[in-house]
Design a protein around this ligand. Structure first.
Ligand SMILES: [Zn+2]
Length: 167
């Protein structure tokens, strides 16, 4: 079985079997940077389910000083949203900030927000507190899910031990 040792042939010339290992490693390593990826996918599915159409959501890191003390800010457009996340505020704050902005996106898409793009606006206090509720509820549900061994087992792949993949 081929293994990826970190220094290998350029992608264009490497054996495709070696690339499979390399891509898997790099995608896995990169996945730790994909903040709230599952919730983002879930919001997209939720919008489709409620006939709000396909909506692209991107996450970008940006320097903290651009945020006037905020953790994250969403630029919400009809078909896509950019969530800009402050770097250097810690992983948990980044994830909670993203959850909060996903709340704004949902309120916009369901016609319960006054403004589309919230960049630079102070925001309606009612909507802000609703987004805080959404953020806390969603993050608490996640936290509770990952707090039990039984649920964490749902994320494992026991079948990988039964049938080794041979290239
Ligand atoms: Zn907010």
């Amino acid at each position: 079985m081929a293994t990826y040792d970190g220094e290998a042939a350029p992608i264009g010339t490497a054996h495709i079997g070696d690339l499979a290992h390399r891509f898997a490693k790099e995608v896995y390593d990169t996945s730790t940077n994909c903040l709230m990826a599952h919730s983002i996918r879930a919001v997209q599915e939720f919008l489709i389910k409620h006939q709000k159409g396909r909506h692209w959501i991107s996450i970008e890191m940006s320097q903290s000083k651009k945020y006037l003390g905020k953790r994250a800010i969403a630029v919400i457009r009809p078909n896509d949203t950019d969530i800009l996340v402050a770097d250097g505020i810690g992983l948990e704050n980044q994830r909670r900030g993203i959850a909060h902005e996903l709340g704004h996106l949902l309120f916009v898409k369901f016609g319960r927000s006054s403004s589309y793009s919230r960049l630079g606006s102070k925001g309606d206090p009612m909507e802000e507190s609703a987004c805080e509720v959404f953020e806390k509820d969603l993050c608490k549900k996640h936290h509770n899910f990952y707090s039990t061994d039984e649920n964490r087992r749902l994320l494992l792949f026991p079948s990988l031990n039964e049938y080794p993949i041979v290239l």
